[in-house]
Every structure is written in C-alpha cells, then in structure tokens.
Write a protein that binds this ligand. Structure first.
Ligand code: 5GP
Ligand code: ZN
Length: 136
C-alpha cells in the first residue's frame, strides 16, 4: 500500500525523480539529499510502512539483506574505510520522514561525521528492572 501524502512513497514509486543507485520490485535505493558523507544513501521499500513497528518480517529481512549487499557494493565502488547502517524510528529518535528507511552511510578516515552518543553507566537497579520487564 502507498500513502498519497508521503514523499518517500512518491520517490520509491518513481513519481518524483531521484538519484537511484539500485532498484528492484520491492525497494529503491537513493542518494540522500542532505548527505552525512559522500555516498550517503537510503533504502526505501516501495510499500508504505511508517516505521519498524509497522514493517512486516519479510520486508524487514529483505531490507537488511539489501543493506548488506549495498554496503559491499558501495564500499567497493566508493573506496570508503567503514560503514554505518542507521535506522531511526519516531521523532525522538531523529526520524523526520515517516516512511521506513535505512540509512547507508559510507565512512572515511577523518570524515568528521557526528554519529554516536555519550556512554552512560548500566546501574544494578536499571539492569534488574530491564531484565525483569523483558522477561515478562
Ligand atoms: P530520518 O531523519 O527520517 O531518519 O531521515 C530522513 C532523511 O531523508 C534525511 O537524511 C534527509 O536528508 C533525507 N531526505 C528528506 N527528504 C528527501 C528527499 O526529498 N529526497 C532525498 N533524496 N532525501 C531526502
Ligand atoms: Zn510512504
């Protein structure tokens, strides 16, 4: 199903032109318009899912298999030194376009890309709370 209001549905479906580096029946992979690094690309399913919670398992599996393939192809073609796979869900997690997508971010020595977080500390209390909640 497509969402007529969704920009990524229009791009994935080919209604809006995009710099496409790969396409098959289920996915289109495009260059990000605001790249974090040279070659930053997005895997878009052609079907509309707002986020990972809506995604069916088969599409999730296929999307990650494609991410693996693209990482190899892009690393070979672009000569990057490493690779980040990023996937945001919900505005609090940095999602700005509410059509599921996977970021493919080639990394280069000293590229200055600011991904990451300040490590906290896993307390005994938090550990026990999380373990008990996850076992419920
Ligand atoms: P999010 O923050 O939702 O995980 O990622 C959205 C990404 O889509 C951003 O990196 C942004 O630069 C990119 N983006 C937003 N609109 C467009 C567009 O119309 N075309 C392309 N190619 N990328 C877009
Ligand atoms: Zn969509």
């Amino acid at each position: 199903m497509r969402d007529s209001e969704c920009i990524f549905c229009k791009i994935a479906g080919g209604d809006i032109p995009s710099a496409t580096i790969y396409e098959d029946e289920k996915f289109r992979v495009i260059l990000d318009l605001g790249p974090a690094s040279k070659g930053h690309a997005l895997i878009l399913p052609k079907e509309h899912f707002a986020n990972i919670y809506e995604l069916d398992e088969k599409t999730a599996a296929d999307a990650f298999i494609l991410a693996k393939k693209m990482a190899g192809k892009m690393t070979e073609a672009l000569g990057c030194d490493g690779f980040n796979i990023v996937q945001n869900n919900g505005s609090v997690a940095g999602q700005t376009v509410f059509h599921f997508h996977i970021h493919l971010i080639p990394r280069y020595e000293n590229d200055g890309v600011g991904l990451g977080w300040k490590p906290g500390q896993l307390t005994e209390e938090q550990k026990e709370e999380i373990l008990s909640k996850m076992r419920e």
